[in-house]
Structures are given as structure tokens and as C-alpha cells.
Design a protein around this ligand. Structure first.
Ligand code: ADP
Ligand code: ZN
Length: 729
């Protein structure tokens, strides 16, 4: 048998967007040019896969030269820049995810890499160090700061194409697309800026300074609802545009942020580029490409926008930084707010975290001097903050079969009589959260989850809000067979809307929940109807809490302020406070009429209600901190959760027990569990949880890594790692 001859070409390492342990080695044939960050097509098993040249990653199992397979092609797309590659590595290491799984998020539009008409060129890699032969020096000089096709570099410098290829292979130059007409109009920094009032101007100046410095820094912008935070950070965006760098704004509910978008357009004379899950694949492709080529000066997006290929990011804004929507709970489990800070550091960019009710994490970072802290204590237009009152349900019980207490009903009536709008808030979709048989007491439960089925009366169906299971609402109890015996227990927004329809048949009502407002068009239409006063009464879930500015809304009634306080969640109080404060902030935003907020509650003395009524967020956070600090709970300690799941109940339990036995021990380390998860069954999988708690100075990643390495995990069991968990289900 003939020994395979050593073929020509260079060995390169390629990271594939797959959940594999490391990167793979390939041979780059001499007729292809690729450097670190180039997108390449490579064979993988019997398939062809797209990957990125990742020359700077260790390969634990280097493959023999003779078995190397060849790179098939190099994509004519801008290379993934070093900053973004480092972000991928960083997120993978921090979240204990395979780097390829993180890379996948940075390759969210593979078709954007195909640009048949585009001609690709090369640009200099700033700060790259490699041997500079006289020819290479000449070529670099000819290239300057431009992007030029390889043939042109060779001609201008009087060197051969071999020199250009050599420079690419050592990373002195990288592929880049030749500039062409921008896909997005440039927002104009001074198109229509508002006149900022003094406290806003001071805050804006501080943010601008951070942008001008081209240095990494984080600022917490804290201001009461309606104080004009948005105008302030848009001023920083304007400065970023003047600097010629790109700006990224992360919003928690981008698909519903139509008011925000039209405001941006009025301010800058052009819309921003958008990034969220509901874009068509064509829009994704165009946007991804425009971002990569620096043609999208401002991009507004959901958390996934964090992994877009900005060539020169100068500013990242995280609006509503306390929102749990920034936490991705599936696949790579990461917190976009925290990773935004990491990306800003890698890009030498400014990062601004914005909230009326900042997380204890961010407040602590500000107090300890890691973040700058800028505050806006007053509402714009001299509007007063809404008056918040508890409505004690023990003293004012609703009528039988109803959910609105008489004082709230009166307040709604009076508000509408004055020609103003009212809003009823209940963070629960559907008609009733529980359906029960009056005869045998049976409760309708999801077959796949530890959860009750929620009645959606309009569709005549029962629905699981965890797995999406639905079934027609049965006529008879599935347990005892009695007909007409099933009764709805408790309210959802549909049931509240039914109640107000009986109370105020004349009122024009609008239900705002994710199933009635499924996307941007519906959100825009809802906002228009409210602004043009075609609606008297809004009934909504948490989607009404965020960002909206309705000038004529003066009353907010919270149907069940205690919802969300139940359960053992570390942050249940903090989160409930943030949500209710935000909902309350929708009331009375224009100067003329002050807003009123009524909280229906069974425990008006609860610290959350007390803080809302006294408008004392700092006091609440201080008490919260005092409670968490001694036990080293976040942010005064670190957490990592392991979620063990399997379709096989016994396998899940056995593995969780094994993990409990092999749990790390030591000074400042504690492992809680294993225990069945609150959602003990989810989508047909049995679940157990373990929680590792460590003092702040201890890194949890190596502990978890070693823990998993020494515990055998059978194939039918999945162990998910959640570093810094925010949900405890
Ligand atoms: P926040 O984001 O803090 O809740 P907004 O930025 O939405 O507050 O501001 C509340 C309202 O006040 C908006 O209608 C906004 O356009 C208006 N506003 C804020 N600052 C100014 C300003 N300097 N000039 C004119 N209008 C302003
Ligand atoms: Zn279910």
C-alpha cells in the first residue's frame, strides 16, 4: 500500500457552528486564501459544513497530517473579526457551552455569506504581528486603510499574488467586501434633537463623554418612568454617529416597540436597522451583511443582536436592563445584559444600562464603583409621578364571581367619565388559569408538564403555557364523566375583559396580550387606536408594561399585585416590584392630569407594596441587599444551576443523585439539592435541579466543569448548566 504523499497546503483550524467539543483541523489548498476569521466550507462526515477559521483555538485532538481533509471554498464575506471571535470564546467559557454552539449565534444568517455579485477584497488587520518582508511592507503600504482586491494590491505594490496570499495566511490582511452603496439610510445626528432640560443635559453630557473617549466604560442610567431616559441615551447614539462608529440598542420586546421606532425616526430622520426573530430571512440576510460592512450605523434588536458582526461598535445601550427577557433560557444559556458589557469591553465601547428600576446587580456594581451612575429624578413636562395606593382585598372584596373590587370599579368609571383612559393589568393570558371539576375535584392538567391547563375561552380550548399542548375544552370531566361540571377558577385577562364588558358595556375595550397582539403590525395598530382615543379601557398582560407612552392614560388598576410573589424564587420580590413599577409608570405621563395606580392585594404591608406606595425603590433594594449578602446570594455570591432531565424518570433521578454525591465541596462552596424542579415535568421530561452557590471570589466554571467531568451522565439524560440563573423553575 502506497503511503499517502504529503499534499501541499497549510493546516488550519476551523470552528464549526455545532455543539462539538473543539475546533477541527483542515488543510487549506494553496489556491485558496483564508486567514483567521474567514468563513469556509469544509467536509464534515458526508456533509458540507460552514465554519470559521479559528487559528487561535487550542485543538485537544490534533489529527494526523495524512488524514487532514481539504477546505472546499472560502466565502466572499467579511471575515469574522477578532473581537467577535473573542466574544464567542468568552461566552462559551463563561456559560460552559461548546464554542461552536455560541458561534452558531454569530452565524445567524448563513445565506448572508453568499453574495454572488459582490467582489471581495482585503483589508489590513490592525495590530497584527508577523514577519514583515520588504515585499509585505510594500503591499501593506499600498493597501493603507483601504479595502482592495488582491490583484490590485499586488499591482500597486509591484509584488506577486503569492505575497498577498502569504500575508493572508499569517493574518496580516483579512478578507473584506469592497464598499458599496449602503443598505440603510444614515440616521442624521442633528436631525431633530429635543432641547434637553438641565438634568437631562448633564446626564447626556456624561454619556457623550464616554462615547467620545473610545474607551470601555459602563454607565447605569437610572431615571423614573417618563423622565426622558430615552431622549438622553439617543443623544449618546447621536454622538456615536458623529464618531463614525456603530451603535447597538437592545430592547426587551423589540417586536412591540413601534412607538420607540417612530420616535427614533423623528429624532434622526431615518429608521434604524432592526434585528429580532420575526424578520424574514431576506431581511436578516441584508441586515447581517449591512452590519458586517458597516452600512448599518444604528441597529436596534433583541438579545441575539449582540452577536452581529459589527466592525466598529462604539456604543451599546441596554434599555430596561432589569428585564428577564434578556436572559436566554435555552441552548446557550446567557444573559444579554452581562454579555453586552463583555462585548463593550472587547470593542472598547461605551455601554449604558437603562432602567427606572435597575437590578440589584447593576445598582451594586454602581455602588462599588465599577459602573458610573447617572440619575434623572424628575418626570418630563413637570408631570408628577403617579399616586400609588394599595386596595386591600380583605376590606374591599369583589362581588361573588368577580375580580375587581368596588373602589377600582368606581375609579375606572370616574376616569372614563372625565374622558380619560384606564388600564387594567393582569399578568396572565387566557380566561382562567385553572379548570376544576365541581363534582370530583379533578383539575385539568397538562399531560407533558407539571402545570394546569389554561382556558382560552374565545378558542374554546385549554392550553399549556409551557409546552403549547392544547385540547378542546371538554364538555364532561375527563375523570368522573359528569357533564357541565367543569368550572373556571381565577381570572386571566379574557375573564377581566368579560367582567368589564358587563360593568361598562359602552366602554371601548382593547385586550393586549401576546396572543391578541402577536407582532409589530398589531402593536402599531393598538398604539394608534389608543393614541387617537378610539379606546377607553385597556386590559393587558406584561406586554403593556414596557415603554408605551399614552398621553391620556391616567388610571392603572393592578388586578392581582400579589401574583408573582409566590414561589421560592430568589428575585420574586425584586421582579414583582420592577414589573408593577413599570406598569404604574404608564399612568399620568403628560403634565396636565396626574396618574393614579390602584394595587389590588391581600398583603398591603408586604415590602414590595410598601416600597411601591412610598416610592422607595432604593430602600427596597437596600433591604434586599441586607437579606442576600450574609448568605452570599447574588450579587454577593455566585450561582450555577444544573438542570437534570430525561424522559426516563428513574434515569433523571439517579443522575441527579450521582451529581449530588460528586458535588464539589470546600470553603465558601455549597451545593443545594438535588431536588425535583418546581416544573418537575416539562415537555415530557422529568427534571431535577442542583444549585451550586459560591462566594464571590470563587469562579464557578472550573468547579462545574470538573464536577460534570467526574460524574457519568448516561446518554438518555441531559444536564443543562445555567450560570447566574434568574429563573428557578
Ligand atoms: P422614559 O424613557 O424615562 O420613561 P421618555 O424618554 O419616554 O421617558 O420621555 C417621556 C416623554 O417625555 C416622551 O414623550 C418624550 O418624548 C418626552 N420628553 C422627554 N424629554 C424631552 C425633552 N427634552 N423635550 C421634549 N420632550 C421630551
Ligand atoms: Zn405542557
Amino acid at each position: 500500500m502506497a503511503t499517502p504523499s504529503r499534499k501541499a497546503g497549510r493546516r488550519i483550524r476551523v470552528l464549526l457552528p455545532l455543539p462539538l467539543e473543539g475546533a477541527y483541523d483542515y488543510r487549506l489548498p494553496p489556491d485558496l486564501v483564508a486567514g483567521p476569521g474567514s468563513f469556509v466550507e469544509v467536509p464534515l462526515g458526508g456533509r458540507v459544513s460552514l465554519g470559521v477559521v479559528w487559528d487561535d483555538l487550542e485543538n485537544p485532538e490534533p489529527i494526523a497530517e495524512s488524514r487532514l481533509r481539504e477546505v472546499i471554498s472560502v466565502k466572499p464575506a467579511p471575515a469574522m473579526r477578532e473581537n467577535l471571535r473573542r466574544l464567542v470564546d468568552w461566552v462559551a467559557a463563561y456559560t460552559l457551552s461548546p464554542p461552536g454552539a455560541v458561534l452558531r449565534m454569530a452565524m445567524s444568517s448563513p445565506s448572508a455569506l453568499e453574495e454572488p455579485t459582490a467582489i471581495s477584497g482585503w483589508r489590513r488587520v490592525e495590530g497584527a504581528e508577523a514577519r514583515l518582508t520588504p515585499d509585505r511592507a510594500k503591499a501593506l503600504e499600498a493597501l493603507g486603510t483601504h479595502i482592495l482586491p488582491g490583484t490590485e494590491i499586488a499591482r500597486a505594490a509591484g509584488v506577486s499574488m503569492g505575497v498577498v496570499r502569504g500575508m493572508a495566511s499569517v493574518g496580516l490582511i483579512e478578507p473584506a467586501l469592497l464598499p458599496r452603496a449602503g443598505a440603510f439610510p444614515r440616521p442624521i445626528p442633528d436631525f431633530a434633537p429635543p432641547t434637553l432640560r438641565e438634568e437631562q443635559a448633564l446626564a447626556a453630557a456624561a454619556l457623550r463623554e464616554g462615547v467620545i473617549s473610545h474607551e470601555f466604560g459602563v454607565t447605569l442610567l437610572e431615571g423614573v418612568t417618563g423622565s426622558g431616559k430615552t431622549e438622553v441615551y439617543l443623544d449618546a447614539v447621536a454622538q456615536c454617529l458623529r464618531e463614525g462608529r456603530q451603535a447597538l440598542v437592545l430592547l426587551p420586546e423589540i417586536a412591540l416597540s413601534t412607538q420607540w421606532l417612530s420616535r427614533f425616526e423623528r429624532r434622526f430622520g431615518a429608521p434604524p436597522a432592526l434585528w429580532h426573530s420575526e424578520l424574514t430571512s431576506r431581511t436578516r440576510r441584508v441586515t447581517w451583511r449591512a452590519v458586517a460592512e458597516g452600512d448599518a450605523p444604528v441597529l436596534v434588536g433583541a438579545r441575539s443582536a449582540l452577536f452581529l458582526p459589527f466592525p466598529d461598535l462604539g456604543l451599546i445601550i441596554v434599555d430596561e436592563e432589569h428585564e428577564t427577557a434578556f436572559k436566554q433560557e435555552e441552548g446557550v444559556i446567557y444573559h444579554a445584559r452581562d454579555m453586552a458589557v463583555v462585548r463593550a469591553r472587547l470593542e472598547s465601547a461605551a455601554c449604558v444600562l437603562v432602567s427606572a428600576t435597575p437590578s440589584l446587580e447593576s445598582v451594586t456594581n454602581a455602588q462599588e464603583g465599577r459602573y458610573a451612575h447617572v440619575t434623572l429624578p424628575n418626570r418630563h413636562h413637570g408631570a408628577a409621578l403617579p399616586r400609588i395606593e394599595a386596595l386591600d382585598l380583605r376590606q374591599h372584596p369583589p362581588e361573588r364571581g368577580r375580580f375587581l373590587a368596588p373602589p377600582l370599579v368606581d375609579a375606572v368609571r370616574e376616569t372614563m367619565a372625565r374622558g380619560e383612559q384606564a388600564m387594567l393589568f393582569l399578568n396572565r393570558r387566557g380566561y382562567a388559569p385553572l379548570t376544576l371539576c365541581r363534582t370530583c375535584g379533578h383539575r385539568m392538567q397538562c399531560p407533558n408538564c407539571t402545570a394546569w391547563l389554561v382556558e382560552h375561552r374565545a378558542q374554546r380550548r385549554l392550553q399549556c403555557h409551557h409546552c403549547g399542548h392544547t385540547e378542546p375544552t371538554p364538555l364532561a370531566c375527563s375523570e368522573c364523566g359528569t357533564e357541565h361540571s367543569l368550572v373556571p377558577i381565577g381570572p386571566g385577562v379574557e375573564r377581566i375583559q368579560e367582567e368589564v364588558a358587563e360593568l361598562f358595556p359602552e366602554a371601548r375595550r382593547l385586550v393586549m396580550a401576546s396572543d391578541t397582539i402577536p407582532g409589530p403590525a398589531a402593536a402599531a395598530e393598538a398604539a394608534r387606536r389608543i393614541e387617537e382615543r378610539e379606546v377607553d379601557l385597556i386590559i393587558g398582560t406584561q406586554i403593556v408594561a414596557k415603554g408605551w407612552h399614552f398621553a391620556h392614560l391616567t388610571l392603572v388598576g393592578v388586578v392581582d399585585a400579589d401574583l408573582g410573589l409566590a414561589g421560592g424564587d430568589l428575585r420574586a420580590g425584586e421582579r414583582t416590584l420592577q414589573l408593577l413599577h413599570q406598569v404604574a409608570g404608564r399612568a399620568g405621563r403628560e403634565g396636565s392630569t396626574p396618574g393614579t395606580v390602584l394595587l389590588q392585594t391581600f398583603s398591603p404591608e408586604h415590602p414590595v407594596m410598601a416600597a411601591l406606595i412610598a416610592d422607595d425603590m432604593p430602600g427596597f433594594l437596600k433591604a434586599e441587599a441586607a437579606q442576600r449578602a450574609p448568605g452570599h446570594w447574588p450579587p454577593f455570591g455566585r450561582l450555577a444551576a444544573l438542570i437534570v432531565s430525561s424522559e426516563d424518570a428513574r434515569a433523571a433521578e439517579r443522575t441527579s443523585r450521582d451529581l449530588g454525591l460528586s458535588a464539589p465541596t470546600g470553603q465558601g462552596i455549597q451545593v443545594l439539592g438535588p431536588a425535583p424542579a418546581p416544573l418537575a415535568l416539562l415537555r415530557g421530561r422529568h427534571r431535577h435541579r442542583l444549585l451550586l452557590k459560591a462566594e464571590r471570589g470563587i469562579r464557578v466554571q472550573p468547579l462545574v466543569h470538573d464536577w460534570l467531568a467526574r460524574t457519568p451522565i448516561p446518554r438518555e439524560v441531559r444536564v443543562q448548566v445555567d450560570v447566574d440563573p434568574v429563573g428557578f423553575l
